[in-house]
Design a protein around this ligand. Sequence first.
Ligand code: KG4
Ligand code: ZN
Length: 335
Amino acid sequence: MNILGIETSCDETAAAVVRDGRQILSSVVASQDDLHGRFGGIVPELASRRHVATILEVIELALQRAELTLDQIDGIAVTKGPGLIGSLLVGLSVAKAIGFSRKIPFIGVHHIEGHLEAALLSANGPPPYPFVGLVATGGHTSLYFAPQRGMYHLLGQTRDDAAGEAFDKVAKLCGLGYPGGPAIENVAVNGISEAISFPRAMLPRTYDFSFSGLKTAVALWVREHGVPSGQTLSDLAASFQEAVFDVLIAKLFEAAETKETPDVVVCGGVARNERFRTRLKEEIQKRDQKLWIAPLALCTDNAVMIAAAGTSRLSRGESDALSLNAQATMPIALG
Ligand code: KG4
Ligand code: ZN
């Protein structure tokens, strides 16, 4: 079954073709970093206009690289939310138009379910159920308990900034570019993570997160000491990211312990960070647990994860009607 995935929830225009939910025939991601970089964050209106300009070309390229035509596509999976409403509408409208005109069933996919499905495509195969999953992106930081495929119980989420958002804001404070995650990671490589003591909001008795206090602590540090450079910048970046990872790791393993599962899944843009991946692997070894982490290319937004997440429902003959609407916020489907 060949599924065309379409993802335009934020600032990446992406299309992919995935066969039988696991075999990636093509994946095209057109980044808008060049457009938003000079603003230090995403400008929603510019994002949707760029999606309109690139989406058809991106889909054509995905089909070309998969060496398929639309006649060989069995279903279309498209992100329906959450995300920037103008951006979401571009992908959804195109999916509907292609589906309607070519009589191809289409299905709307929850963006976060897509991120979790990316970890199911990890090199060591899909994880067994149940598992505890951490999603750490620029828009979300949430912990889920997944008792079976397509069923996700929310255990906790951020009360303010998402982890990736904290990276982006701290990068901006330090005069680094957007997106902030890779920029912070690059300078942190030469830094000492104990150099500056930043707070860790552990929030006892809940699986919720909070990163705004950490961001404020960095802002206060910059106000007091000035914008860092050289070794000081590296030390600040390393100290900041270690504080983020300490919290993410503590909550993830606490949730796994409470839910009595050795299997943990990690996904989302922040999971691209090599220091985070290394720390996760160390923790897993210490505890004799098992880790399923999204492949590097599938951590940040892409359409493979959307196609993979839509495959099981499309293969059961399910589809959405043309009345399906995009939603900026939406709880994840509980299956
Ligand atoms: O999953 P994603 O592409 O988009 C959302 O759904 O939000 O994640 C983007 C986020 C950005 O905040 C970016 O700074 C962060 O992921 N990110 C990273 C790294 N690469 C991307 N954070 C830390 N380290 C990285 N290497
Ligand atoms: Zn995302």
